[in-house]
Design a protein around this ligand. Sequence first.
Ligand code: GLY
Length: 355
Amino acid sequence: MQPILSDGYSIYFNSDSYIKMNEYLLEHKPTKLFILVDQNTHELCYPKFIQLLEITATIEVIEIEAGEKHKNIETCISLWNILTELGADRKSLMINLGGGVITDMGGFVASTFKRGIKFINIPTTLLSMVDASAGGKTGVDLGVLKNQIGLFSNPEMVLIDSKYLTTISEREIRSGMAEIIKYGLTYDVKVWDESKVFNSLENIDIDSLIHRSISIKNEVVIKDPKENGVRKILNFGHTLGHAIESYHLESKDKENLTHGEAIAIGMITETYISSKLYNFPKEILEEIKGKIVSLFGKVQIEQTDYAPIIDLLKHDKKNTNGNVNFVLLSNLEKVKFDCQVSEDLIIESLDYYQS
Ligand code: GLY
């Protein structure tokens, strides 16, 4: 598969990616290599990865606990301490081997340690492959508020090996599919058409969907790396989606949602709002709702949940002057951003999701 050239780094695919990584290591000769894993990727991905790594420098493996609840500044402090104790210097290299938590947080820790050491992302979940690992966003959550602390910082390269997808659950595969659906609805209807037939990895060409998704993201990010304008379209479904995800993280009586499950609800509700404000076609709205609910099921959102969810919207990173800014669609591939939406319409969209 063709590499994708991004802003000063490349994204390589499958077996080719390990050749490129070893060439990079030979050329840059890092003093030490720090491989960040969680207990799952340590057990299931690291043994394969280490066999393909050709380097004489010392390798240190740093394991953190898996899960979004560890994506916080306390974990970063312990990682900065470990790097210090293990003698990391500015020519050390960090390799982030894992899902979105590992690539987001590993990128942030590397970019801030001694004012920045270099890092490579090797995403092992579909979500991280098609979204988190490329594009330069790094960071951690602040309490339940998603990705509130962080910086834009590009990796040296991204290696995509779809074989790692055999190590994750179907639920995590679906989580990544939500982001692929987002690219389909906002940017390339062919991707939406392919997503519609998805019910497991067996009945789609996942390598080509991953490649197309990353290409789309890359085209957008190159135009607007710091999200001043068009990059906001990548947040379709994420305004209500992030608020619902945070609400489930903070509510003791609610089961945590995967990122994709929350974004899926966000895409239905935000398409509904689009139909009211921008005449998004009703029959496509129904089709989107049907497909997404069949893939992700229906999450019970009670009327008593609405107020706290709406309250969480005020922390959305796209907000300006106290206004919540939504990304909406006037049709497939026709995106509008910085759209303001009344509270009544937000409530109506949550009712529509439940109906
Ligand atoms: N996840 C959206 C972005 O990277 O802009």
